[in-house]
Ligand binder design. Structure first.
Ligand code: ADP
Ligand code: MG
Length: 702
């Protein structure tokens, strides 16, 4: 075998307490029992916890670990961890290395400083973390610190979910239950469980660290709050899939190796559309593991970037006027015996399971379009959705020619045929004809069928995949429950299926759109179809507590009304806080960098004008330059004062949703106004005096 390949197969998963390690290190009966638990089908037998914890500890210590931690995902959208060492002092002044089953299964971090949306008063500090056995335990090396990581759920003293993982796990149970009911009603006797699968493609930017250090906006907010357009942008389309720059390629290699060690199957990497933008995609996994892995991927990208003197920007819109970054959530459902429920096969028109699942998803997405939209609503994504190079805020589904044809047949009665793909002849005698897919792709669709899965493309690049995924799981589970209810009482299943599909195809055809989602024509058309188009984050978050949304979460036992209300509050508050930080950062940069540099330049110009005039020579153009800069300084100063006054006013608003609305309606427009003048100054001030690295430098210099 090739030496480098051998190394990779050795490296992969080497820091994971995975199935093969467990088989090797656990007694047979314990191994059997834990496998049932890790597959998610049976709770952990507490009697075995000590044995498992001990095996984990020995394995971890052999790998150099000194600490363990419960690793959880609070509502910040980031991960949290509190490290404890294995040491346990003995009476003779020495120490033993210990790790009990209780320590493995349960942690008790102080919960008072995590956002809870009022679910927990600050004085009620107690929170619990609980080991999620369905996502493997792993070891992370951070500098010299080696720690055993235990993926965990996080809840309050009263058992309310305070994290992103708990509802995700609950939604997996809901989908499993309802999809299995449908399968069984359709005559499937072999599949016992259904799991949702996820393959998130992660987009990001790399910027040289030396530039980053000079940009307080990037340091504090992750995006540029100022910056005139570069004379060259992305118009040449020469970056997408272009040759990897050597420095970037080395960075990617190191990211891959780190991720492979953690068992994250980083697979695809390439240049993205914008200059300085890249993408990483893993091989898909169950939604829970994929979500944990995506968190690890984001963390690793940032960590390794540092080592290469890059900064990895995960923000949804780091640069105005340049493509933003998303996360494309590829999602499907698979049975425990390996059937992908969204695989159409050769003749989808007579694949009953596929058609039911497909129509179930279509109905769910149309019925709960606002909820899906809200699942991707955050401060960063507001710059992206609806801007001209990202999906609009309108949710629609791309089915492609073949499935749309079948969908239309269903609406009119029964589906009796499937269009087949043709051969593609390239007109070169040495190249073989290629089989052509039945359907083209549509990169503009927010929710696209891509052959054997759906790709939800509205998700923001900084977001945890948990939120959008548990929403999708929940709404699909709810529609499948409706379908199962009907099928279970049907005398003739086949005709009942036909009736259900016809109804869905008729009621929900409005959500199907195969055209270009980026055009204004679509916006007008979508309005005619009465599809919601909620552009603002605040407006979108406001729909979360609609009765039908509370209903679907409660029916599927994913979130209670109180838990949902708390989440909404946290999201709204995060929005206002983020905008406030951005506004204050702008004020700081304008006052301390942009205006001083511009004033210095205008002083120099004034001196130049005076000295040239004293020679009797013409200094008209220099005067004009001075006038332009002075005027812009005046406008910038005025806009600065305005923003200062507005942020002060904002600080006095107590009510969370009033504050968020004020940010949208007053603070953001004032920020935009200030930016406009400051960016104009940039194009008029001596480059050697300009304090901030420019777009051209950050995007093009490697
Ligand atoms: P593209 O850019 O063409 O959309 P990529 O290869 O970049 O495709 O990413 C596709 C993603 O979809 C990968 O993460 C892949 O593992 C994932 N994927 C493939 N099949 C499934 C499936 N059945 N369920 C979930 N994700 C899937
Ligand atoms: Mg891709």
């Amino acid at each position: 075998m090739d030496k480098s390949c051998e190394a990779i197969t050795d490296i992969f998963g080497s820091n994971v307490f995975n199935d093969s390690v467990m088989r090797e290190r656990l007694p047979k009966d314990v191994y059997k029992s834990i496998t049932k638990t890790t597959e998610g089908h049976q709770p952990l037998d507490p009697a075995l916890a000590n044995v498992i914890a001990n095996a984990m500890k020995d394995w971890a210590i052999e790998k150099g670990a000194t600490h363990y931690c419960h690793w959880f995902q609070p509502m910040t959208g980031l991960t949290a961890e509190k490290h404890d060492s294995f040491i346990s002092p003995t009476s003779d002044g020495r120490t033993m290395m210990e790790f009990s089953g209780k320590e493995l299964c349960q942690g008790e971090p102080d919960a008072s400083s995590f956002p809870s949306g009022g679910l927990r008063a600050t004085f009620e500090a107690r929170g619990y973390t609980a080991w999620d056995c369905t996502s493997p335990v792993f070891i992370k090396e951070d500098g010299k610190n080696i720690t055993l990581y235990i993926p965990s759920a996080f809840c309050s003293y009263t058992g309310l979910a305070l994290d992103k993982k708990t509802p995700l796990l609950r939604s997996m149970d809901a989908l499993d239950k309802q999809a299995t009911r449908v399968l069984s009603a359709l005559g499937n006797k072999t599949s016992k469980h259904v799991t949702a699968t996820l393959g998130p493609e992660q987009e990001y930017f790399l910027v040289d660290r030396s530039y980053y250090k000079k940009r307080l906006d990037l340091i504090l907010t992750g995006r540029t709050l100022f910056g005139a357009a570069s004379p060259r942008g992305q118009e040449m389309d020469d970056h997408y899939f272009g040759t990897l720059h050597e420095r970037v390629a080395s960075f990617m290699h190191e990211v891959n190796v780190e991720l492979w060690k953690l068992g994250v199957s980083a697979k695809t990497q390439h240049n993205e559309v914008a200059p300085g933008q890249y993408e990483l995609a893993p091989v898909f996994a169950t939604v829970n593991v994929a979500t944990d892995h995506n968190q690890l991927a984001m963390e690793t990208l940032q960590k390794v970037a540092n080592r290469h003197n890059f900064i990895c920007l995960l923000h949804e819109k780091p640069f105005a006027g340049i493509n933003g970054s998303g996360k494309h959530n590829n999602w499907s459902m698979v049975t425990d015996d390996g059937i992908n429920l969204l695989d159409p096969g050769q003749t989808p028109h007579d694949n009953m399971v596929f058609l039911v699942m497909l129509c179930g998803v279509v109905r769910a997405v149309d019925k709960y379009a606002k909820l899906l939209r809200a699942s991707v609503a955050n401060t960063g994504n507001e710059h992206r959705l609806g801007a001209n190079e990202a999906p609009p805020a309108i949710v629609s589904i791309f089915l492609g020619e073949q499935l749309t044809d079948i969908f239309n047949q269903l609406a009119n009665g029964d589906a009796t045929s499937s269009r087949q793909g043709e051969e593609l002849k390239l007109g070169v005698s040495t190249l073989p004809p290629l089989p052509k897919d039945c359907t083209d792709r549509n990169r503009t669709s927010p929710f696209a069928f891509t052959g054997n899965r759906f790709e939800f493309r509205m998700v923001g690049s900084t977001q945890s995949t948990a939120g959008p995924t548990f929403v999708l799981n929940t709404i699909v589970a709810d529609i499948l429950a409706e379908i199962a209810d009907e099928l279970e009482k049907a005398k003739n299943v086949k005709s009942s299926v036909q009736k259900i599909l016809r109804k869905i195809a008729n009621e929900h055809s409005r959500i199907i759109f195969n055209g270009d989602n980026y055009t204004d024509v679509w916006v007008v058309e979508a309005e005619k179809r009465q599809l919601p188009n909620i552009r603002s984050t605040v407006g979108s978050l406001a729909t979360i507590m609609d009765e039908e949304n509370v209903g679907v979460f409660e029916r599927q036992k994913v979130l209670s009304k109180a838990e949902l209300a708390a989440r909404t509050e946290i999201l709204l508050e995060a929005y206002s806080m983020q905008i406030n930080i951005e506004a204050l950062t702008m004020i700081n940069i304008v006052k301390r960098q942009i205006l001083p540099a511009s004033a210095e330049y205008s002083g120099k110009l004034a001196a130049t004008v005076a000295s040239i005039s004293s020679t009797g020579l013409c200094s008209d153009y220099q005067k004009e330059m001075l006038e332009t800069v002075s005027e812009l300084i005046g406008s910038t100063g005025k806009a600065l004062k305005e923003l200062e006054a507005i942020t002060k006013e904002c600080a006095d608003i107590k009510e969370i949703s009033d504050k968020a609305e004020f940010c949208r309606d007053k603070v953001i427009p004032a920020m935009c106004q200030l930016r406009q003048f400051a960016d104009e100054l940039e194009t008029n001030v001596d480059a050697s005096l300009w304090p901030l690295p420019t777009y051209a430098e950050m995007l093009f210099l490697k």
